[in-house]
Write a protein that binds this ligand. Structure first.
Ligand SMILES: [Zn+2]
Length: 252
């Protein structure tokens, strides 16, 4: 297990006091390897908090560039970043906050072609995309590579998040939403989004990631839905679709 240096003991002092983390947990975090797909409103808080918490290796993938309309919620970026690749600016901020973690920035979109590169040598995937198609691709690829993943999405003042185990014993994202999407595929670019709402979802995902690395079971295949404006939250059990094209078919 990765030993902690004196400066790391000092850096993580408050976190080490949390019984759920402790010294052993901090060492586990140091060896943890995660992929974050997306460096926008969802990707930024989880990336910065996981880097801050000492997750040893964080790969971030996004091929988008910073736009002025991103700044209200993608608060890691400054006006000077407009036009830059998001992953470059975000990696810089993460390293500035914690130079002891490895940030592996990929100016790439997650799809069937890039999946095997992006999933190489990580043990958990965090979805921070804004697209049903990307989530379907993540679901398919992580199922194939037997990796767990945590989805998150937010639109206007509502958000949702769910975790799927490596073997999809409790069902998969395809059980929840099947292709073709039709009218379901409306993004926050069309419907709007409020910064604190997307940050709340992102930090739920980050917290689950830490919990997962602490070897605690996550509520697999339960969809959490929240209306951040009213403060109401609900947990919905997801049922395995007997005809699910992903988790109920023999693996090729
Ligand atoms: Zn399924």
């Amino acid at each position: 297990m990765a030993e902690l240096t004196d400066s790391q003991l000092q850096r993580y002092a408050r976190q080490l006091l949390v019984p759920q983390i402790d010294l052993e947990g901090q060492q586990i975090l140091k060896s943890a390897r995660v992929l974050i797909v997306g460096a926008g409103g969802l990707g930024i808080p989880m990336a910065q908090y996981l880097a801050g918490a000492g997750v040893g290796f964080i790969r971030v993938a996004d091929d988008d560039r910073v736009n002025l309309s991103n700044l209200p919620r993608q608060v890691a970026y400054t006006e000077a970043d407009v036009g830059r690749l998001k992953v470059d600016a975000l990696a810089e901020r993460m390293k500035a906050g914690n130079s002891e973690v490895t940030v592996d920035a990929h100016a790439a979109r997650f799809d069937a072609n890039s999946a095997s590169d992006l999933l190489d040598n990580v043990s958990l995937v965090l979805d921070a995309t804004d697209s049903l198609q990307a989530r379907q691709d993540i679901d398919r690829a992580t199922h194939q590579f037997e990796l767990p993943w945590i989805m998150g999405s937010a639109v206007r003042t509502s958000g949702q998040w769910a975790a799927f185990d490596a073997q999809r014993r409790q069902g998969c994202y395809h059980c929840l939403i099947s292709e073709p999407f039709g009218r379901q595929n409306t993004s926050c670019a069309e419907l709007g989004i409020l910064g604190p709402v997307v940050a709340l979802v992102s930090l739920q995902q980050a917290l689950w990631a830490i919990k997962y690395f602490m070897q605690q079971a996550l509520p697999w295949a339960k969809l959490y839905v929240m209306d951040a404006w009213s403060g109401e939250q609900a947990r919905l059990a997801l049922s395995i679709r007997p005809d699910c094209p992903l988790c109920q078919q023999p693996k090729s």
